[in-house]
Ligand binder design. Sequence first.
Ligand code: AMP
Ligand code: MG
Length: 391
Amino acid sequence: MITFEEAYRIVTESSFRLGKEVVGLAEAAGRALTLPVKSDMDMPPWNKSAVDGYACRHADLGHELTVLETIAAGAMPEKEVTSGTCSRIMTGAAVPAGADYVFMLENSEELPDGRVRFTGRPGNDNIAKAGEDIMKDQTVLRAGRYIRPQDIAVLASVGATRVTVSCRPHVGVISTGNELVEPDHVPAGAQIRNSNSSQLLAQIARSGAIGRYYGIARDEEESITELMKKALAENDVLLISGGVSFGDFDLVPQVMRSLGLKIHFDQVAMQPGKPLTFCTGEKKAVFGLPGNPVSTFVQFEVMVRAFLDRMAGVTEHAPVLQMPIAADYSRKRAERLSWIPCTITAAGEAMPVEYHGSAHITSLSGAWGVITVPRGQSWIQKGETVSVRQI
Ligand code: AMP
Ligand code: MG
């Protein structure tokens, strides 16, 4: 049995890169950027009014001002503001030459002769300076990160309508177990519904990869071999749930061996998910995930996702937060690193939720994240700082 850290190192070091492709903005969200993006212009491109109001000279704020013109967004100013004058200006319009202050409509008074007067107190000039957000040639997005919706606005603003991203990995999913029926069946006798496959496919989609489902293998070597062969041929990564423990019908590891795959480890000192089995072939990786759905879920998040991130060339990871625990926590045995489901209280503390173990799917569904309980630690006192990751 190896430690989580050792298993994580092996998994991430075994990851391999796929090719790159160029996609348009509409397909860019969620993709991993592999080339940095630079701006082709200053943003804002010119001094820009941040409010609807009047552009004038700061020195003129106490005076009654003649209005030269009205500048709408999208129109260039035609007149220079000089002493005793101002221009009516709209939000997003270019500030005219000669003006160094914009006072808001709300702080103005129109006089009977058509002139205007500032009625507020001098403060912020309400001008966004040319280039204050982005400078021309500045790198606006670094390579090695997933593109988020807010990044799309940056790409659009700098005209980066085509971006270079990693190709999405293809990930096959197989469940094993004679007891399993698909979710649209009503289980009879000793059957239960297959929840892992749907869960894994959703996790794969969330991580930016392309999932494909291959069905349920019976707990027989031939059945597992057949599905694994097909899925391996058609995917970069294969996730096979169940059948990796040490029961009489846990046949996945021996099928992995018979297919010529190299098993790197088959037990990790972590909970849930001790029998996690990881093997590789030529530009292929297979994760044998424990059958219990909470284990499968957590192992995907902590291991498979790290592997997929590396494949995508993504080096940034979701932050692990440090926060106080909201209640005492204890466990009987402490030889494994464990993750326990938690919510976040209104006071910003991590509250462990009722959790009966690795089959307790509603516990996970009701959780915001998981608290890491380090190996060797069996007791955490309320108020102690714990590491929490969102799930
Ligand atoms: P195994 O790892 O095959 O020994 O399975 C461990 C536990 O997880 C057993 O109670 C199985 O019935 C359950 N299990 C295995 N695969 C699935 C699945 N695809 N969906 C839901 N539960 C499963
Ligand atoms: Mg099984």
